[in-house]
Each structure stands twice: as structure tokens, then as C-alpha cells.
Write a protein that binds this ligand. Structure first.
Ligand code: SF4
Length: 418
């Protein structure tokens, strides 16, 4: 077992809030609507994030509480009622409506659970209302998905049927490929959560074995356990190593022989290893610093070190669930420095002192670091790109090799002109 160095840090943070996850959740469940109950800042965040990242008819909205509404809670409730009535009348295709809480103190004072309960009575049989918080005070951006999934669990029916439940949003084509591989190794009863339609929630119970596709779902896991589900602990399916061990863990839970898995994935793994070679040439020996943002940092660090031969300076994560991450931590090299939480100024000092070749960080930190000549990669790209699975290993590596390659070309050109 590897002995990583675990540290904790608290202080000023510079991360996106949980509202951001609406961008990929609404793409996954087109019949769901996310109504952000927030200020104009929230509206700007969600609109600019979505505008930049997706090209689709928006299926989220913001109930903007104007200054006059903020003066009294009665007004805030009225405003919310008005927006919901308007939405439900105009958009009959909405089947599930999430009321998403945010930071302003007036919103925190609103009891969105009670509002959802009242609305459920009013629109019984037409729309299901749920609530969770996307507030930047309580959540970092991937934790928004954890809140949304947790809110859906009480709506899931009961069944003791033996099945594998993949938990965490995946791109649809990646999910299809995983299901095909799982079927080929002999696991054919596989459901996904969240499903592609918010109304088609899988049933769960004692026969359900949960295999996580994303590491940031601690609350969801806790509630699934309470419903009798078994959790399969495994590394996450990023890179060849992670994806192979993830499939092997599923196989073990369903008594599928290890050999069957290796036989099934051998051609895929050999193609992926070949495709990785060009990226390893660029990444090998380069120093990497990961600042905390997405909770994907530990898996990404494991992939970039073990399969792409990068050197890890520091691996930040906004939150560390040791139980869910144990298998990942065991795969990291000894003495890897893990830092849970953030004191952004201290972390930036360490970045500057360690002279990294690449820093993985939030969008807010990327520009200032680039201005200092430090090369960066936005961590948000990891949640917007289909990076899971053996066949995506080269695409995952390319997210990191591309900026280094581009910078090398730029440096060569600059030197040539002097
Ligand atoms: Fe809204 Fe708070 Fe997120 Fe800012 S951090 S966009 S105020 S929820």
C-alpha cells in the first residue's frame, strides 16, 4: 500500500460553486428543469458557463430576487411562485423541477424544502419538485451533482433484483460503451443513475451493487447505502489502469472470472497504449501541480503519473472521502503530497516556489498564473469532456499534452525570432 502524505488546509477558496453542475446535469436529463433561486450573480454564472460550454436550448432558469424582494420574505415567496407557475404553464415537457438554492442570505432563509412540498401538492401528477443547494458557501462545483442525485433517491422505487448500478453522470456514448463491455463480460443487468430521463429512475434495494463513475458523490453514496445498496469500492474509470481495475471490481462483485475481463478488454487496452505513446513523449518527466476544484484531482494525478510518467508536486482536492478514495490513494507513488481544502494564497506561493511545467486549476486562477508565465489547464474541462474508459485514455492525456505542446511551439517560435 502506498503511503501518501495527507494534509489539510483551510482559508480563502477560489473554486466554482455547485450551480455549475447544472450545465452537465440538464444535458443528461432533458426532461428536468433547474430553477436557480438566486441573485443576478448566479444568473450570470450559470448563463455564461452554459453559454460557453454548451450549445443547446437552455433548460435551466433563474428566479432572480430583485432588491425589493430581498427586503421581505413574503415577496421572495411570491416571486418564486410566479416564476414556477409561468414555467409549468409554458413548458409542459418539464417532468422534474429542481429548486436550486444559492448564497444570498435571503435565499438561505427561504425554506426550499417546504416550498417544494407545497408545489408538489399543487402540481400533483404533473411535475415533481425537488430541492438542493448549489450555494458556493456549502458546495464546490461537482458537489452540485451530489446534491441533485441525493434529492432524487427518495423517488426511486424498491426492488431486490440483482443488478449493477452505475452512479454519476457520464456522456451517453461513454455509458453505452461501458454497458457493452459489461455485457460482454457477463454483467447484463446494468442501470444508470442519473438516468437519461428524470422520470425513469432505476429501482434499488438489497440486490443493487453500486459502482461509482465519479468520485464526488459522498452524500449520494450514504443515502444509497441506507436504501440497502452495496458499494463496490474501486479506482475510478480514468485511464487504462483505472478503467481495468474498475471493471475487475465489478466482475468480482458478480463472480465473473478475472480472465474473462482481461480477454474482453485486451484489444482495447493495446490500442489505447499505442495511442498514449505520443502523449507520453510530451508529458514524461514534466512537473504537475493540481489545485483543488473538482475532486477528480487524485484520479487524474494517478493517471498522469502511472501511465504518462509525469512527476507530481502536489495534489489538491477540495474534499477527501478516504473510504471512496482508498483504492486510488493506494495506486499513487509513496510520499505523494495530498492537500485537502484550500488556502489559495499559500497554495499559489507553493506553485511559484516549485516551478511546475503545468498547473491544473480553476478558471479564476488560470489567467493570473498564465500572466506570470506558468502554464495551466482548467479543471472544469475534465467534467465537460468524455474522459472515462480505456478507449478515452489518449483523449484524457491530450488535455494535458496539448497545452505543453502549444507552449513548446510558441517558445521555439519566439526564440527563432530573436
Ligand atoms: Fe450564486 Fe453563490 Fe454561486 Fe455566486 S457562489 S454564483 S452567489 S450560488
Amino acid at each position: 500500500m502506498s503511503k501518501v502524505e495527507l494534509n489539510k488546509e483551510t482559508g480563502p477558496r477560489e473554486v466554482f460553486c455547485g450551480l455549475t453542475s447544472i450545465v452537465w446535469l440538464h444535458r443528461r436529463m432533458p426532461d428536468a428543469f433547474f430553477l436557480v433561486v438566486g441573485s443576478r450573480t448566479c444568473a450570470h454564472l450559470i448563463q455564461s458557463a452554459a453559454g460557453v460550454m454548451i450549445f443547446a436550448e437552455p433548460r435551466f432558469g433563474t428566479a432572480i430576487l430583485e432588491e425589493k424582494d430581498l427586503a421581505g420574505l413574503a415577496d421572495a415567496h411570491e416571486e418564486l411562485d410566479r416564476v414556477v407557475n409561468d414555467l409549468v404553464t409554458r413548458r409542459p415537457e418539464i417532468k422534474t423541477l429542481f429548486l436550486v438554492g444559492s448564497c444570498p442570505s435571503e435565499v438561505i432563509k427561504l425554506d426550499l424544502a417546504t416550498v417544494a412540498e407545497k408545489l408538489n401538492k399543487k402540481f400533483l401528477g404533473q411535475v415533481k419538485f425537488l430541492n438542493y443547494s448549489g450555494s458556493g458557501i456549502e458546495t464546490t462545483f461537482t458537489q452540485g451533482e451530489d446534491g441533485a442525485l441525493k434529492a432524487l433517491i427518495p423517488l426511486m422505487g424498491e426492488s431486490d433484483e440483482e443488478k449493477l448500478l452505475l452512479v454519476g453522470t457520464l456522456a451517453n456514448n461513454v455509458e453505452d460503451r461501458f454497458k457493452k463491455i459489461l455485457k460482454n463480460i457477463g454483467i447484463s443487468k446494468v442501470d444508470s443513475f442519473p438516468p437519461r430521463q428524470s422520470t425513469e429512475l432505476p429501482k434499488i434495494g438489497k440486490g443493487t451493487r453500486v459502482l461509482l463513475t465519479q468520485p464526488y458523490l459522498s452524500e449520494t453514496v450514504r443515502d444509497l447505502k441506507h436504501r440497502g445498496c452495496d458499494i463496490i469500492f474501486a479506482p475510478f474509470p480514468l485511464g487504462i489502469e483505472g478503467s481495468t481495475k474498475w471493471l475487475l471490481a465489478a466482475a468480482e462483485a458478480f463472480n465473473v472470472p478475472t480472465l474473462k475481463v482481461h480477454e474482453t478488454i485486451a484489444p482495447l487496452a493495446s490500442r489505447a497504449r499505442q495511442a498514449l505513446e505520443a502523449h507520453i513523449k510530451i508529458l514524461k518527466g514534466k512537473k504537475l501541480f493540481l489545485l483543488p476544484e473538482s475532486q477528480l484531482e487524485i484520479s487524474i494525478a494517478r493517471f498522469l503519473h502511472n501511465e504518462c510518467e509525469m512527476d507530481l508536486i502536489e495534489v489538491g482536492t477540495p474534499y477527501l472521502n478516504k473510504e471512496l478514495m482508498e483504492k486510488e490513494l493506494n495506486l499513487l507513488p509513496d510520499n505523494t503530497k495530498i492537500v485537502e481544502g484550500q488556502h489559495v494564497e499559500k497554495q499559489l506561493d507553493r506553485v511559484r516556489e516549485s516551478n511546475p511545467d503545468l498547473v491544473v486549476c480553476g478558471m479564476g486562477l488560470a489567467n493570473p498564473l498564465e500572466a506570470e508565465g506558468i502554464h495551466t489547464k482548467w479543471s472544469i474541462e475534465m467534467v465537460f469532456s468524455p474522459i472515462h474508459g480505456i478507449d478515452q485514455a489518449a483523449d484524457l492525456a491530450s488535455l494535458f499534452s496539448r497545452p505543453l505542446k502549444r507552449n513548446k511551439i510558441l517558445t521555439t517560435k519566439t526564440l527563432a525570432t530573436h
